[in-house]
Ligand binder design. Structure first.
Ligand SMILES: CCCCCCCCCCCC/C=C/CC(=O)SCCNC(=O)CCNC(=O)[C@H](O)C(C)(C)COP(=O)(O)OP(=O)(O)OC[C@H]1O[C@@H](n2cnc3c(N)ncnc32)[C@H](O)[C@@H]1OP(=O)(O)O
Length: 341
């Protein structure tokens, strides 16, 4: 069989891959007995795309391409999250030069993944919002494990507009009506719902089953002439890549303007303060009542969980420009945001 031959050709990769894995890497690459590269994304806590992580993804894709490996499966080393999409730290109060470099890197990685000559599949073993969804959608086949996880395009809820090339990809994968509804309402799909609209191709019981199902898809190509497969894929995907290549600068500028918009920044700060790890002490530069207000909302959300309407609280900070700062231990100040009294 074709893949067996490829494996024989690439048995030597095992030692090389081991070498890569011993580095403190955010991606663990293993080439299995069938010559399929399994990329386990392991950037804690949620495989969010930072500049460094994107660069590592780029190198990993080069590794697969340069070693003429026939197929790659993307999955996550974490039990609950496939990828949380863009790293919010790259989006909050961005430096213009760095952000533009970040976005250019992201465009490059996307073009590399979407236009890969090797076969690509995603074993989606957890939450997959926004950029996580895009990463999976850029592969040729998607298997998601059942459970309480969701996948979808939640950009509008963050005040963002997904890039045109992402919208085109979704429109070409699910129908235009479902795409419009999903994008505009930030709809997140359960695995069953995602399967129904063909956002994913199969549902699996667990991660091993998802990988096995991806492999079954890859096996189909044993019977297909490789050059016919590759050229067909390139004919189908080439125009979208060319389109982005011709509009990269406009795309970057458009996203940058969106990201620095005050409404987007308010959502970003809320996301950051919802988590102690990402709560970078350098973020609070001076006393901004609105920032303190949103930070307190996030802290109350952490303390009170489902009882507390964090988003409503943050919106009220914005509306009243931080004039009514909630204190989680002062019932009167938080009562408008308690929902289970
Ligand atoms: C081969 C590579 C190809 C690459 C192609 C890449 C293409 C990408 C293109 C993207 C273009 C499209 C544009 C997309 C816009 C975005 O992606 S914006 C980001 C959107 N993401 C989100 O809104 C996700 C927010 N996070 C969550 O909803 C949840 O965290 C979760 C569902 C992912 C996980 O939930 P849970 O398991 O309950 O964990 P949490 O306690 O919420 O989080 C754990 C931990 O992670 C931190 N975190 C979560 N998300 C992010 C993030 N996006 N950036 C940075 N950090 C994040 C969170 O703060 C927690 O930290 P602590 O443990 O509390 O310290």
């Amino acid at each position: 069989m074709l893949l067996r031959r490829v494996y024989k050709q690439h048995r030597w990769l095992a030692s090389h891959v081991k070498f890569l894995s011993t580095q403190k890497s955010s991606i663990d690459i293993k080439v299995d007995n069938d010559g399929i590269a399994i990329l386990n994304l392991q950037r804690p806590p949620v495989n969010s795309f930072s500049m460094d992580f994107l660069k590592e993804l780029s190198k990993s894709l080069d590794f697969v391409e340069n070693n003429k490996i026939t197929a790659m499966i993307l999955t996550s080393a974490f039990p609950r999250v496939f990828s949380a999409g863009l790293d919010i730290n790259e989006v909050y109060k961005p430096d213009a030069v760095r952000f533009k470099e970040f976005w250019t890197t992201l465009q490059e990685v996307w073009m590399k993944l979407f236009g890969a000559r090797f076969i690509t599949a995603a074993a989606i073993n957890g939450q997959s919002p926004a950029g996580g969804c895009l990463m999976a959608m850029s592969c040729e086949y998607r298997v998601m494990i059942k459970g309480t996880f969701t996948i979808g395009m939640n950009e509008t809820s963050l005040g963002l507009i997904a890039p045109t090339w992402f919208m085109e990809l979704v429109k070409n994968t699910i129908n235009v009506r479902d795409a419009e509804y999903a994008f505009t309402t930030s709809r997140m799909f359960t695995p069953e719902e995602a399967l129904k609209v063909r956002l994913i191709d199969e549902i699996a019981a667990d991660k091993d089953d998802a990988i096995a199902k991806c492999k079954r898809f890859i096996k189909k190509f044993d019977e297909i002439t490789p050059s016919a497969r590759i050229n067909t894929k390139m004919k189908l995907r080439g125009p979208a890549i060319k389109k982005l290549q011709n509009t990269r600068q406009e795309d970057t500028e458009e996203i940058y303007q969106l990201v620095i918009h005050p409404d987007t920044q308010k959502v970003a700060i809320f996301q950051l303060y919802s988590s102690p790890v990402s709560a970078n002490p350098a973020i609070i530069t001076g006393y901004d009542p609105m920032e303190v207000c949103i930070e307190n909302c996030a802290q109350c959300k952490k303390m009170l969980g489902a009882w507390f309407e964090g988003q409503l609280c943050a919106e009220s900070c914005i509306k009243y420009r931080g004039k009514m700062i909630p204190d989680c231990e002062n019932y009167a100040s938080i009562s408008p945001f308690l929902n289970k009294l």
